[in-house]
Each structure stands twice: as C-alpha cells, then as structure tokens.
Design a protein around this ligand. Structure first.
Ligand code: 572
Ligand code: ZN
Length: 350
C-alpha cells in the first residue's frame, strides 16, 4: 500500500499520525497531493475538547481545512483542472440545490460538508480528494502556502463585505489573532482609510504594527466606555464599522459602544450563546449588528488580492512543521508560544 500519512483525531487529546489508504477521486472530484495546511483555532479546539458546540467528534476524523494541493488524478467529468495544477482548496462543499445555494449564500446551506467539522474528514494528509469546482488554480507566482492562507483571508473578505467596507471607511477590529489580521489586510485592500485594532496581548499588538497597522491599542484593564473614547480620539472620529474577531463578550461590548451612529458591528469571533451587551444603546443609534458564518464566493477575491500584490499575507506565517511532526505543531498551536500567529504544516515530502 502506498502511504497516505494522515493526522487523525480519535478523541479528545488523542491525535495520531497514521497511515491510511490513498483515496480515489469520485465523479467531479480531483485527487490532490496535499501541499500546505494551516492550523486553525477550531482544529486545536476539536483536539483539546473533542467538540465545538453541538458538533461532537464521535468517530475518528482527519483535521485540517486551510489547505492547498497539487492535482494528482482527475475524477470522471472534471474539465476545469488538469494533473499538475496547483490549487487552493475551499473546504466547504454545499448541496448546490437548496435556496441558499441557488441564491449564492451557500455558506448557509444546511447540508454543507465542511472539512474537519464532524463527521467530515479534513485534509491534513499526503493525499485527499475534493470537489473540483471548489479548487482554485493558483497562478505560478502565488505559492501553495499563500493558497492555504486564502481560507482565513476568505473569512476576512466575507466579514468586510458583510460590514460594507469601502474606500474611505473607518474601521475598528477587535482581536489581533490570525482572523483579526486577515480582516485588517482585507479592509486595507478594500480601501479603508483608517483602521484601529485592539487586543489584550501586547505581543499581538506589536505583531500587528510590524505588518503595517497604524493604530494598535491595548484593551487590558480598560472599560468599554474608556476604550470607546480612546478609539475615537485615536481615529479622530468614531469607527463606522467594527469587526469583532476576539470572541470575547467584552470585545463585542467595545465594538458596540465604539461604533458611530448608523454604523455596523460584524461578529466573526465565536461568542458564548448568551451575552450581556448594551443593546438599547446600539438600537437607538441605529447601529446594525450582523452575524457572519464562514464565507461564500470569497476565494476568487482572496486570490485576486494575493495575486495582484494588494495583500501580502505571507508574514502571518510564523512557524512551519512537517506532516510527520503534526503533534508538535498542535502542541505549539495550543500554547501559541514564541509569538505564533499562523502555524503551517508541510504535507508534501522533500
Ligand atoms: O475557517 C472556518 C472556521 N469557522 C469557524 C471556526 C474556525 N474556522 N467557525 C466557528 C465554529 N462554527 S460552528 O458552527 N461549528 C463548529 C460548525 O460552531 C463554524 C464557523
Ligand atoms: Zn478555520
């Protein structure tokens, strides 16, 4: 048997690197020789908790959903790709039939199969098969690492679209983790004139400054009211748009109070089910509160941002591991020590 080394989560705190058989592409699918897979917070969460909300690991599952690969086999009827093409993998494949799919909001499809969301396998392996129309050919000058980064960047594209970011926007981003930084890069590329980013962690704020953020503010031991004032003073006006990426209720409260009248708060970070927020204050100032769920139709835009050079996402990659060292990579991602932002796993040998 040819080897297909795979990172398989058997249960809580039980990640094993094991050999599986190489899968054959079904109709409309391609077989991919996987190249680079980024570790997402959700991969780490499934590993350490065995579940996220109602999505519970009940049988072994491959991790990984921020991926790129090289086409190694074509399934029946595939015409959009050829063997040897380097591609980015959009990890959610919807039913293509329902109301949401047909109106372009396929991220809301209830039948969507999303990599590394139980019970669907992810792609942290040597070989993996995926729907060909959810693979995007990378131009020669775009690396497969950048291809893998299209996934978190797509989250940023979707958030900025939902928020209505445009030329001249003034934007607040709460949380300077990988997703906050992807929202920053996207908002900048979409023309935002001023962007302020906040976090509790000074190292993350320093990292944000190093990749070009002008206004990086610490929220440590400050009230939301104090933050709102400091953000307004820093930007010279209240933000029209706030993008909440921390998942912390205090971050959401900051966004709601800081956003100017008639503005919009977009929620990206995963909040607890029920939180206490200044809802009436937002309502009477016509501050819209919008949800987001992953992304739809964002990969082509994320790829354009990279391919045209409008966005350089490479600096987000702080650490690299080989597939065989995935356990070490996950240990690193758990602690995020040494200023880790995006940890990338190299799946291809050599
Ligand atoms: O890159 C996509 C992504 N989506 C995340 C988290 C990490 N990465 N989401 C948060 C968790 N939800 S969920 O609905 N779920 C576990 C399926 O609670 C999905 C979106
Ligand atoms: Zn993710």
């Amino acid at each position: 048997m040819e080897e297909n080394l795979s990172a398989i989560l058997y249960g809580k705190n039980d990640l094993r690197i094991e050999n599986r058989s190489i899968p054959e592409p079904g109709p409309g699918e391609v077989q991919l020789q996987m190249q680079d897979v980024g570790i997402c917070g959700s991969d780490v969460h499934y590993w350490t908790n065995g579940r996220i909300g109602n999505f519970i690991l009940t049988s072994p599952m491959l991790l990984g959903h921020e991926a790129s690969g090289v086409v190694s086999k074509l399934g029946q009827g595939v015409t959009n790709l050829k063997i040897g093409d380097r591609v980015a993998v959009e990890p959610g494949v919807p039913c293509r039939m329902c109301k949401f799919c047909k109106t372009g909001r396929y991220n809301l499809c209830t039948e969507i199969r999303f990599c590394a969301t139980p019970p669907i396998d992810g792609n942290l392996a040597r070989y993996y098969c995926h729907a060909a129309d959810f693979c995007y050919k990378l131009p020669d000058h775009v690396s497969t690492e950048e291809g893998a980064l299209l996934e978190p960047l797509s989250v940023g594209v979707h958030a900025c679209r939902r928020a209505g970011v445009t030329i001249d926007s003034t934007v607040l981003i709460s949380g300077a983790g990988p997703i906050g930084l992807c929202c920053y890069l996207t908002a900048k590329a979409m023309g935002a004139k001023q962007i302020c980013i906040t976090d509790v962690d000074d190292n993350r704020l320093k990292f944000a400054k190093n990749i070009g953020v002008h206004h990086a503010l610490s929220v440590r031991s400050k009230t939301s009211e104090e933050m709102a004032t400091q953000i307004e003073t820093t930007l010279g006006q209240r933000p029209e748009i706030s993008i909440e990426c921390s998942g912390n209720p205090a971050g959401l409260k900051n966004c709601m109070l800081a956003t100017g009248n008639g503005g919009c708060v977009v929620m990206v970070g995963m909040q607890p089910d029920e939180v206490t927020v200044p809802l009436l204050n937002a309502a009477v100032r016509e501050v819209d509160i919008r949800g987001t769920f992953r992304y739809a139709n964002c990969y082509p835009t994320a790829l354009s941002m990279i391919a045209t050079g409008q966005v350089d996402a490479k600096p987000l990659i702080t650490h690299r591991y080989k597939l065989e060292d995935s356990l070490k990579a996950f240990e690193h991602a758990k602690t995020m020590r040494d200023g880790a932002v995006k940890i990338m796993i190299r799946c291809a040998q050599g």
